[in-house]
Design a protein around this ligand. Structure first.
Ligand SMILES: Nc1ncnc2c1ncn2[C@@H]1O[C@H](COP(=O)(O)OP(=O)(O)OP(=O)(O)O)[C@@H](O)[C@H]1O
Length: 264
């Protein structure tokens, strides 16, 4: 393996069957709307779970629970054994070092170059060795094929390049898990395919665990180790892409084949 890439490997080595994310009985209401109504989901280390389901069913809300951006009304969230929903905000740094969320717009700083955006988490943590920062930034950019665009500003990047910069920023801090919120949205089929390859590459090279909220079924069948379909606040289906494809459930078939019988 390229020696620069070994520095990017998450610092903890996990067994393949180890549960990394454990959501138990999550319930969440906003006003009169019961968005989550008992979500149970266990995700093993190194899995790529795609969260699918009709719009507004709580996929993003579920994902935000993992990183403590939303707290459940009932139920528990565990990440790498940490009981996320009882942690104080100042204790959340330990969770957020293990888990990064890639927002739809990649949330880059427009006034910083690609290189500076990717370096940001290291500088924020007080890493002062400039040569070490540079080495890790370039290794992260190489991993997402952006090493030749390090000097550019976000306004001069395509949508897909912005998302890849976001992925580089997530892995530079050796995140063990990346949460992707509709990573293919707004991309043409080729750009979308490149993002899928990056998600797979992060898994294969660094053993990253991923949760991917997506409406892109082609991508689901390509990248998912398992698929969870949310419907009416619950996990309606959980299984491999193959099991999804062959599911006898009408709701599942209507959804994956884009038939409009699926109503919220
Ligand atoms: N902070 C909030 N306050 C009030 N309502 C919220 C909040 N966050 C989410 N919601 C509501 O919860 C519901 C689920 O939202 P969520 O973003 O999780 O849906 P989703 O399944 O990801 O949808 P989409 O596929 O369209 O992105 C929506 O009705 C949304 O308006």
């Amino acid at each position: 393996m390229n020696p620069t890439l070994t520095t990017m490997i998450p610092r903890t080595i996990h067994g393949p069957d180890e549960i990394f994310i454990d959501l138990r009985g999550l319930r969440k209401r906003f006003g009169s709307q019961q968005v989550l109504d008992g979500i149970d989901l266990q995700i093993k280390h190194g899995e790529t779970i795609c969260l699918i389901g009709p719009s507004g069913e709580g996929k993003t809300v579920t994902m935000k629970h993992v990183i403590g951006l939303i707290h459940p009304d009932e139920g528990d969230v565990y990440v790498a054994g940490m009981h996320v929903n009882v942690l104080k905000e100042r204790q959340m740094a330990a969770v957020r070092q293990k888990v990064s969320m890639l927002f739809q717009g990649a949330a880059l700083f427009d006034y910083l170059t690609v290189e500076e955006n990717v370096a940001f988490p290291l500088l924020e943590r007080g890493l002062k060795d400039k040569a070490e920062v540079k080495r890790r930034v370039m290794a992260a950019l190489e991993a997402v094929d952006l090493d030749e665009h390090a000097h550019k500003y976000p306004t001069n990047l395509s949508g897909g390049m912005k998302k890849r910069t976001g992925i580089a920023r997530a892995i530079i801090d050796r995140s063990e898990c990346i949460l992707y919120d509709e990573p293919n949205s707004g991309l043409d089929p080729i750009g979308s395919d490149i993002i899928d390859q990056m998600i797979q590459r992060m898994q294969k090279r660094y053993g990253v665990t991923s949760i991917v909220v997506t409406h892109d079924m082609r991508s689901v069948f390509k990248i998912a180790t398992r698929v969870a379909m949310l419907y009416r606040g619950k996990i309606h289906f959980l299984g491999t892409p193959e099991e999804l494809r062959n599911s006898p459930d009408k709701l599942v078939q209507d959804f994956i084949n884009g038939r409009s019988d699926v109503t919220c």
